[in-house]
Design a binder for this molecule. Sequence first.
Ligand SMILES: Nc1ncnc2c1ncn2[C@@H]1O[C@H](COP(=O)(O)OP(=O)(O)O)[C@@H](O)[C@H]1O
Ligand SMILES: [Mg+2]
Length: 255
Amino acid sequence: MGASHCKPLFSLRAISHVFPNGNKALSNITLDIQEGECLFIAGSNGSGKTLLMRIACGLFEPSSGEAFFRGTPVDKARDLRSSVGMVFQDADSQIVGETVVEDIAFGPKNLRLPKGEVEERTRSALSAMGLTEKRDYPPRRLSGGEKRRLAVAGILAMGCSAIVMDEPFANLDYQGVVQALEIIKRMKTEGKTLVILTHELEKALAYADRLVVLDKGEIRDQGKADEALDRLVPSYGIRDPRTSYTCAADCTWLG
Ligand SMILES: Nc1ncnc2c1ncn2[C@@H]1O[C@H](COP(=O)(O)OP(=O)(O)O)[C@@H](O)[C@H]1O
Ligand SMILES: [Mg+2]
C-alpha cells in the first residue's frame, strides 16, 4: 500500500465560488471524503451540491480554494477520470452511444482494454443494471430510471471505485426509486465510495455513513445522520425524514 491510500479520496480546501453575476454559490468549503464511505450531501435546491461535486471531480474551476484527489490537485490527478463516475441529474447529457450496449462500452474502450475484456465488462454491467434486454435500444428511448441505470452501467464497466450520484431519485416513480436504492445498496456492499447529492433524505438516509448539510453554499453541519438531523434548523429547507404517518389524514408535508 502506497502512502496515497491513506489520503482521503477527495479533499476540498477552502473552496469558494462567485459567479460573474455576483452569485456567491459556495463559501469556504473544507471537506474530506474518505475512500469507501457513503456520504450524503443534503441541501435545498440551489444550495451548491452539484457545483461542489463538479469542482471535486475537476469538472469546474472555483474562484478560490483547492481540490485534491488522493492528495493530487484535481487538474493533475490522472487517475480521477477512470476512478470516479458521476451520474448527472440530467441523464440525457451523458449519453454517448447509438445503442445501450455501445454506450456502456464507450468507457472501457477509451481505457484501451482488450476487446474481450470490453465485451465481458459490458455484458456484466448490462446484466447488473437489468438492461440486457434493452442492449440494442437507442438510449434516448429509455425511461428516466433506465437512463440513470445506463449511466451507472457505464461507470461499472469502467471499473470506477467511486460514484457520485446527483439527485438519484429525481423524477422516478416508486419502482424506479426502489431500483435506485438497490443500486446504492449493491455499491455499498462492493465497498465503493458513494457520494449522494439529494434533498430526498426520506428515501435513502439508511445508507448514509455521514451527512453533510449544505445551505446557501455553506456547510452548516456534518456528522452522524441522526445527530445532524437533531440539529436541523428550518431555514436550511431540509425536511426531517424521521416522520412516519399512521393514517391518510396525516399524509401531508404541511406541518
Ligand atoms: N452559470 C451560473 N451563473 C450564476 N449562478 C449559477 C450558475 N450555475 C449555477 N449557479 C448557482 O449556483 C448555486 C448552486 O447551484 P447548484 O450547485 O446547482 O445547487 P444544487 O445542486 O444544490 O441545487 C445556485 O444558486 C445556482 O443558481
Ligand atoms: Mg443539483
